[in-house]
Structures are given as C-alpha cells and as structure tokens.
Design a protein around this ligand. Structure first.
Ligand code: NOJ
Length: 593
C-alpha cells in the first residue's frame, strides 16, 4: 500500500482510538432555537451528485449536465436543499475530474458553460442551492500553468508548483497516492528536476506559498461566485500547506509518528490557517455561501481550527474517522472480520457531536464518491435486509445534529456492484493498487475480495432510473457497468411503492424540515452498552424525540430508560411500530415523547 494511504488510514484509526472516550455525560441542557445561531447551511440537506454517473443526455455513455437538467424535478421532489456537484471542469480525467486543466471551463463530456448556466438557473428556480467542488491542492499536468512551469527553470510559472532540481540529489520521500511505485515525486528531464504530486503524476501539487497562486485561485473562486453558485466543497484542503523545505522523514517517523509526519511535513503546514483566513477575507466573506472542507487527517483536536466562527475560515468539514472505522491497521481498506462494532461506531459519532456542542457545526455522511455504497458497508445488502437496513441508515443520517451529506443513489438503497476482476474497475486508485500489489508479489485475490466491499467504483456505478436498458442511465454504452439489480432497484419502481427507500427518504426529510429539533436539538446517547441498538434523544424548547436503531439482523432489545409508551410514533421503517423495547431486525423507529 502507498505510504500516503497508510498514513491516512493510520491517522484515522489511531486518532479514533485516542479519542474513543465515553461520550459526554454532562447534564443535558435542552437547546433553544432562540439561542441558536441559525444558518441556512446548518438546516440544509445536501445531496451529492456524481455527474459522470447520474444521467447521460447525449448518449455517449457518460453522465452530463443536460442529463442533470432533465432530472431537476426529481431532485426537487426529494426535498433536498443543496446539490454538491463533483468536479465538472475541463479535465483529462486521470482521476475523473479531480485533475483540472481549466478551472473556468466545463469538461467537454459534461457539456458547455451554457449548460452550466441553465443548470444553475434551473436549480435556483426550484430554490435549490449549488455547491461546486474546489480542487486546488493540485491541478492537472495539462493545465496551462503546469505546461509553462515545466518549460524552463526561469519560466514565470515555475514556482506555481513544487520543483526540486536534480543536482541537489533525490528529494526526500513523499508519498504519491495512485502511483504504482508509491512516490510523490516525478522526474522531468526537460529541466532536470522533480515535481511534487501527492496523488498521481497527472496531478501536480500547486505551490500555495506563492502569493500569485493564491490570487489566481481566489480570482477563480470569485468567477464562480459571481455566476451565482452558493458554495464550495474543498478537496483535501489541509494538504495545501506543507513544509516546502521537504525535510527527510525517516521510515520510523512514517511508520510510527504518522501524525508528526503528517502534520508538520506533508499537510496542515505552518501557514494553512493563514491561507484559509485569506481565502475567507478575499472571497468567502463577500458572499452568502457555504464552505465545507474535505477534512483529510483532521481530528477532533484540530477540527475547531477550521470551523469556529470567530476564526473566519470555513463553515464545516467532513472527517474520515467514521468511514475508516473497522479498517485493519496496516492494510489497504480491508475491513476487520465480524462486521461493524456498534459501540465504537456510536462512540465515534457521539464524540463528534459533543465537540460541536457549543462551537462550530458538524456534518454527517456514510457514503460519497470515495466510499462504497452505505448499505453494503454499514447495513446489510442481502435481498432480505437491503431495504430495511438502508432506511435505518437514512434515519440515522437525517436525525443527527449535523448537516447531512447524502449521496445520490442511496435514497434508492443502491448497493455495491462487487466486481470480480480488475478489468471491470475504472478507478485509478483500484487499478494502481492492484498493480502495486502485483509488483510486490502480494495477494491479489485477497485485494479483489476487499475491493468488493470498499472500492470507490462501487459508489460510482450509474444511477438507476428505471428497468429499461442500462437502468435508463444512457442510450449508449455506460462508461462503467450498471449494477444488474437495476431491474428491481430503480426510481420508477420505487415511485409507485409508498414503502420504498425513496419515499422513506422523502418523508424523513420532510420530518427534519418540519421539526427543527432534528437540526439543532441537544443530542443524548442512551443505553450506552447496548451492542445492537443505537438509541438517542434530541431535545429542544420542550420538544423531545427519541431515535431507536437496530443495527443487526436479529430482534434486539433496548433499554432506553425512558417511558416510550405514550410517545407518538413519527417514523418507522416497517411502516408501523411493534414495541419500543424490542426492535425488529434493522428496525428504525422515531417517537416524539
Ligand atoms: C479527494 C477526492 O474526493 C477524490 O475523489 C480524489 O481522488 C482525491 N481527493 C484527489 O483529488
């Protein structure tokens, strides 16, 4: 496995161990909406669209902007407030748009700037906001800045990137995710120098130390805001600042003091928060927008530095501790046998809730384009339990105190495709890692088995619209295989079924919208030692609700210590409740007390 990935995983695993303290047991003071700093982005439900896989309009097998436009009424019908669009900028697509060659143009497979304007207009007409992806730790190596930069050592763009002249010897090791040899430096004979790339060699890291780079980026951000977008999701933003003297990191430091290496040498560099403050002053503060960091490497100890209001940096971040839970240390995305440990899961989410109790604001998600499908990873995707467990997870996401980021397709209960061979994968991460393991004589069968559960492509298969060819996603050949279960799992079918995952999702959103207690209400964990049921209350202004979630395929009893007998049932994924003290398999029940 590449050093970078090992470090990321280790950071998430070790920090979750360090912080896996018992959830806060302070006396509960019910929150009050009057004393709450209300913001639209706290009350929003964000729906993430991976444009490549959502809807193909022109029949080339790749989703596009016109495709999204053709489904705006569907999106509106969900009740979501904000769309986060993965990158749609011009890109050679080494990493599906996370390698941008022109920040102010649209990827040709996705359409034109006119299409973009129509999309934004269509969303705003429906009162839905649009958040774009901001990928500025790196650009594409085909970006004009990089083409100039590599041209000569004296080119005015040279210091837009990080170069190391070869006469100084080889630069100290830095990890390059997605590279088969694991190295984050690539030699370029044109100027006899190495350049830095934390991801693939097609994604050179931009040099944020250079004020001109920062000004270019801020100008570009204003370009999009002036068009009317409503915010940015910021790709690996803690990576932008690094120790640019590139000191040697010993193997010991890499192996043991991952955190030291990570924080001081490779990411979260000394000027990170200066850059974010500058971005806030120069751009974000001028617009009514939202900002959310992809918080790679961020822990509960550092989260406040990004999101506390008085710091004037960003609004929210999403951490990796939750989605990394259960990974085998030292292995690449391999899940420990025995399924998820609910107690660890619950403590982790309770811990993240508690740190934002007084300051800052959290996010919650179980799926996105870098994750497998949530029902496969966190629920149970067998035919018997797929729908129920998917609805149970949706209940969790929409009843926590944090802004939910919900990944398109999860509302249908879409699950992992589980490819059998490497030829079926399209993702640079899976393909690169396969080659690396092969070169090292590792166990490829084991790797492919793990990938069935954890590979990113599982979350990238085409959205399932109906039971016609290719799930109604495209009239052409889809760029990645469609999950064969589209015959039964699709929008058209679920529209007709009042008990479907889709309609359940809509009802829950409505419930959250109509009851601010689900947004701002105080969270309290109950029945802390219960290994099967996650139970909590939310409370605000005299209103109290209780959420009961059975995370297992067996009936499970719950001892909430609260009399629910007179409670009013607000939601139940079985349609009606049976008993509040014994939950049916994967049952989710929400009562007002
Ligand atoms: C995080 C993005 O979410 C992921 O898809 C991408 O591969 C890396 N950053 C590199 O941009």
């Amino acid at each position: 496995m590449s050093q970078m990935r090992r470090l990321l995983l280790a950071a998430a695993i070790i920090s979750s161990a360090i912080f896996s303290c018992q959830p806060n047991s302070k006396p509960v003071i019910a929150a009050s909406v009057d004393s709450t700093n209300r913001k639209w982005w706290k009350e929003a439900v964000v729906y993430q669209i991976y444009p490549r896989s959502f809807k193909d309009f022109d029949g080339d097998g790749i989703g596009d902007l016109k495709g999204i436009i053709s489904r705006l009424d569907y999106i509106k019908s969900l009740g979501v407030d904000v769309i986060w669009l993965n990158p749609i900028y011009a890109s050679p697509n080494a990493d599906n748009g996370y390698d941008i060659s022109d920040y102010e143009n649209i990827m040709k497979e996705f359409g034109t700037m006119q299409d973009f304007d129509s999309l934004l207009h269509g969303l705003h007409q429906r009162n839905i906001k649009l958040v774009m992806d901001l990928v500025v730790n790196h650009s594409s190596n085909e970006h004009k800045w990089f083409l100039q930069s590599r041209n000569s050592r004296t080119n005015p763009y040279r210091d837009y990137y990080h170069w190391w002249n070869a006469e100084r010897g080889k630069p100290a090791f830095r990890p390059g995710s997605f590279e088969v040899d694991g190295s984050g430096w690539r030699y370029d004979s044109l100027t006899n120098a190495y350049y830095l790339h934390y991801f693939s060699y097609k994604q050179p890291d931009l040099n944020w130390e250079n004020p001109k780079v920062r000004q270019e980026i801020f100008r570009m951000m204003r370009f999009w805001f002036d068009k009317g977008i409503d915010g940015f999701r910021m790709d690996v933003i803690p990576f932008i600042a690094k120790d640019t003297t590139f000191p040697v990191i010993t193997q010991k430091e890499l192996d043991e003091k991952y955190g030291g290496a990570w924080d001081h040498y490779m990411a979260s560099g000394p000027h990170l928060h200066d850059y974010l403050k500058e971005m806030n002053t120069e751009v974000l503060s001028k617009y009514n927008c939202m900002s959310v960091a992809e918080g790679a490497g961020v822990t509960t100890a550092t989260a406040h530095d990004f999101v506390d209001e008085d710091r004037h940096e960003l609004n929210m971040l999403y951490h990796f501790e939750g989605v990394s839970l259960g990974f085998v240390p030292g292995k690449f995305k391999e899940i420990e046998p025995g399924g998820i440990k609910l107690i660890a899961f619950r403590n982790l989410y309770s811990k993240w809730d508690s740190i934002f109790e007084e300051r800052g604001w959290g996010t919650i998600y179980l799926g996105n384009h870098d994750q497998p499908r949530m029902v496969t990873r966190w629920g149970n995707d067998s035919p018997e339990w797929r729908e129920l467990s998917s609805k149970m997870l949706t209940t969790f996401l929409l009843t926590m105190r944090a802004t939910p980021y919900y990944y398109a397709g999860d509302e249908l209960g879409m699950n992992n495709i589980k490819f059998n061979s490497i030829e079926e994968y399209k993702d640079i991460e899976s393909i690169g890692m396969y080659q690396q393991i092969k070169n090292n004589g590792g166990d490829l069968r084991e790797f492919l088995n793990d990938q069935k559960i954890t590979a990113r492509d599982n979350g990238r298969t085409p959205f399932q619209w109906d039971n016609s060819n290719n799930a109604g996603f495209t009239a052409g050949t889809p760029w990645i295989k469609v999950n064969p279960n589209y015959k039964t799992v699709n929008v058209a079918g679920e529209e007709k079924d009042s008990m479907s995952c889709l309609n359940y999702f809509r009802k829950l959103i409505k419930l959250r919208k109509e009851n601010l207690v689900f947004v701002y209400g105080k969270y309290q964990l109950l029945d802390k030692d219960n290994p099967n049921v996650y139970a909590y209350t939310r409370e605000m202004d005299g209103k109290k609700v209780i959420v009961l979630l059975n995370f297992t395929s067996k009936p499970a009893s719950v001892n909430a210590g609260i009399n629910i007998d007179n409670g009013r049932l607000l939601m139940d994924n079985y349609g009606k409740a049976s008993s509040a003290s014994t939950l049916r398999p994967y049952e989710a029940a929400v009562y007002q007390l």
